[in-house]
Design a binder for this molecule. Structure first.
Ligand SMILES: *Cc1c(COP(=O)(O)O)cnc(C)c1O
Length: 392
């Protein structure tokens, strides 16, 4: 990364003048926080005592048999809250307190990031306000209930398509007027600098732990890392600590939706083109006129038209490979992991399993593949059962 927050051609700060001071202060605050050993020790303590780190690295014997190599699963599904999101929200909430901020705001689509933010707000005693598209509120009532139970206030955003990108705009508008008192807790490794770097650093605990755990369990580092990509935070967190090891290959798995040829998907790195969204230059799904495209995925967490700038750069460099899997393949992979290993993954994480299945036979029997299970599947059971005509 360059000092102005670029990864190759991507990244940067594409913001109205009124927000520049807020991100520059955040950048300075984060630099101090990162180098402050007392602050880092406190983050480590919360990650261990509150969130439940380290999460296990689980050997998957039957998947290993099926794929023809040694497969391990990095179990972010076992983190408090049921997904990797808490690594980031804990880090940013402690940073907010460190910078003297007294209020947290966040955007949320399906509500998972809103819940993870509400959790840390309650844990650290910081009031939380969540912006959520009105259409998403109707679809995700249970997560709205969770956020409110945790003490957060949820604002319905009625503008535009009443979904995630309108919620981001509303949160940015709030922050423009409130940045002296308020931290904007962004949910993925995208957005203007310093967010992509900061969120990567908070999620890199995944990739750092798995290296040590793999060495301890198998006597050597992995040969292939696999993770799903929405905005890209669990993927960059899995990959970042291993980027300097040229022998470790990396595969990002995107939402192929109804198939990448249908236009009904969220496969930004596979099918997108460079453009600016939410303050950063990265790959983007857009129509020929440059309008941000409508995306689709059965996994709400992958249903985003942008992607983090560092992943865009890593793909252009050829350092990471990307593939897309369809909704059908992901649902199938969810059932496969459940039956073969006794783990029900989130639909997002099931994309990583499906992507790994594409690699069957491409590794030798003694080579090691580590798949990040970004979250658990409980949140998806209701919809899945209903699709199968099961009344729950
Ligand atoms: C939110 C979410 C994702 C997608 O977010 P990234 O920033 O790409 O990691 C993936 N898996 C789960 C379980 C999620 O909740």
């Amino acid at each position: 990364m360059t000092p102005d927050g670029r990864f190759g051609a991507f990244g940067g700060q594409y913001l109205p003048e009124a927000l520049m001071e807020a991100v520059i202060e955040l950048e300075t605050g984060y630099e101090r926080f990162r180098k402050d050993q007392t602050a880092q020790n406190e983050l480590d303590r919360y990650l261990a005592e509150f969130a439940g780190r380290p999460t296990p690295l689980t050997f998957a014997p039957r998947i290993s048999e099926d794929l023809g190599c040694r497969v391990y699963l990095k179990r972010e599904d076992l983190l408090h809250g049921g997904a990797h999101k808490l690594n980031n929200t804990l880090g940013q909430a402690l940073l907010a307190r460190y910078m003297g901020r007294t209020r947290l705001i966040a955007e949320t689509g399906a509500g998972q990031h809103g819940v993870a933010t509400a959790i840390v707000g309650a844990a650290l005693g910081l009031p939380v306000e969540i912006y959520m598209g009105a259409a998403d509120i109707e679809r995700q009532r249970l997560n709205v209930f969770r956020m409110e139970l945790l003490g957060a206030r949820v604002h319905a955003v009625e503008s535009g398509t009443r979904t995630l990108k309108d919620a981001v705009n509303a949160a940015l508008r709030d922050w423009t007027a409130s940045s002296e008192s308020t931290h904007y807790l962004l949910g993925t490794a995208a957005g203007p600098h310093p967010y992509p770097t900061m969120v990567r650093d908070f999620q890199a605990v995944i990739g750092t732990e798995l290296r040590a755990q793999c060495l301890a369990a198998a006597g050597r580092l992995p040969d292939l890392l696999v993770a799903c990509i929405g905005g890209g935070s669990n993927a960059i967190g899995t990959f970042a600590p291993s980027l300097a090891d040229p022998g470790i290959r990396m595969l990002g798995v995107e939402a192929g939706g109804e198939g990448v040829s249908t236009g009904c998907h969220g496969a930004t790195l596979c099918c997108g083109s460079p453009g600016v969204l939410h303050g950063t230059l990265s790959y983007l799904l857009q129509d020929p006129e440059g309008q941000v495209a409508e995306t689709h995925s059965i996994a709400a967490g992958l249903d985003y038209p942008g992607v983090g700038p560092e992943l865009a750069d890593l793909q252009e460099q050829g350092r990471i490979a990307c593939t897309a899997v369809t909704d059908t393949e992901a649902v199938d992979a969810l059932g496969y992991l459940a039956r073969r290993e006794g783990i029900i993954p989130a639909l997002e994480s099931a994309h990583a399993i499906a992507g790994a299945r594409h690699c069957a036979g491409s590794l030798t029997p003694d080579e090691i593949m580590v798949i990040t299970i970004s979250g658990r599947g409980d949140k998806d059971m209701h919809d899945l059962a209903r699709q199968r005509g099961v009344v729950v």
